[in-house]
Design a protein around this ligand. Structure first.
Ligand code: NDP
Length: 311
């Protein structure tokens, strides 16, 4: 039996792994089929302390993973399919394979949100994307729309100007949610235009995206906006569906904490963006991972007796 299973391998999961493994616990990090989380699709990380010249997301993740490995963390590059936390020894399943541990740290993060309007699914990877870093390159000299008004939308719009002829940010309100500095960078870029108070009703195109059916939120007028690429940047949903009703979550699916970083189940801990919908930064995720690992270690120390018979 393992001491600790960490589910997820973004900054929260890897920090938790570093702390638990360094505390001499037997740690398995089930890192997912696509490991590393959202930092893997981030170009420059300029605000992670310790990197004055910036660092790329994948580089930062690699350093964290190497550090976790150095202290003995084992990794499994698969997705957890279900869990059973009904007994003292917690069970985590990857298909039919069962893994058992005394404590669990959930660090599965969050995924990009989609609009769920007609054409969106059909045209994914045919012009519709939620990752500028991954797909921007394919839109050299093209006309692109970025949907959203937060920091991610500004970051993606700025990044896409490297490739696109023109980038139009389409936002549902008349003011942005993004931080002032990101807004200013976008306003100052001559390749970026804004379409305010506009919603997307449909993604148009057969083999490839050719445009968007848009609606003016004030007048209700509908029209067609022609573009070859559309990047969604409208926030995230927590990756907690695989948990079923094993732990308590809020109405949006974010993990709820009770005492310290514990979930509604004793011995199961919450960390990173699967819990945090306020800060959602690499550094805060790492902080939450650290908290969860320390709380898990202390809880295990205090409850060691519970596992004596099952060793
Ligand atoms: P946010 O939740 O901050 O912004 C989401 C944006 O999408 C909002 O403008 C919102 O509109 C809009 N939106 C949400 N749902 C819909 C919908 N159904 N239809 C149309 N528009 C919609 O998410 P982000 O991903 O931008 O940012 C997440 C966090 O990460 C933030 O804390 C941000 O500061 C941080 N971040 C920081 C970066 C940096 O500092 N370099 C880079 C990227 C992210 P409305 O404004 O009306 O709510």
């Amino acid at each position: 039996m393992l001491d600790s299973i960490i589910i997820g391998s973004g900054p929260a999961g890897l920090t938790a792994a570093i702390y638990n493994a360094r505390a001499d616990m037997k740690v398995l990090c089930i890192e997912g089929n696509i490991p590393g989380g959202q930092l893997m699709i981030t170009t420059e990380v300029e605000n992670y302390p310790g990197f004055p010249e910036a660092v790329t997301g994948p580089d930062l993740i690699k350093k964290m993973r190497d550090q976790a490995e150095r202290f003995g963390t084992e990794f499994l590059t698969k997705d957890v399919t279900r869990v059973d936390f009904s007994e003292q020894v917690k069970k985590v399943y990857v298909g039919d394979e069962e893994y058992q541990a005394k404590v669990i740290i959930i660090a599965t993060g969050a995924n990009a949100k989609w609009l769920n309007v007609p054409g969106e699914k059909e045209l994914q990877n045919k012009g519709v994307s939620a990752c500028a870093t991954c797909d921007g390159f394919f839109f050299k000299g093209k006309k692109i729309a970025v949907i959203g008004g937060g920091d991610t939308a500004m970051e993606e719009a700025l990044f896409l100007t490297k490739f696109a002829e023109k980038v139009t940010v389409i936002h549902r309100r008349e003011e942005l949610k993004a931080s002032k500095i990101m807004q200013q960078r976008a306003f100052d870029n001559p390749k970026i235009e804004f379409l305010w108070e506009t919603t997307i009703e449909e993604f148009i195109g057969r083999e490839k995206l050719t445009g968007l059916k848009i609606k003016n939120a004030k007048t209700g007028d509908e029209s067609e906006f022609s573009c070859e690429g559309a990047f969604l940047a409208i926030g995230h949903v927590p990756a907690t569906a695989f948990l079923g009703d094993a732990v308590k979550i809020d109405e949006k699916g974010y993990l709820l904490r009770t005492e310290n970083s514990m979930t509604s189940v004793a011995g199961v801990f919450a960390s990173g963006d699967a819990y945090d919908h306020r800060y959602m930064q690499a550094i805060t995720a790492a902080g939450y991972g650290c908290e969860a690992a320390i709380d898990a270690e202390r809880w295990l120390e205090e409850h060691r007796k519970l596992f004596e018979k099952t060793q």
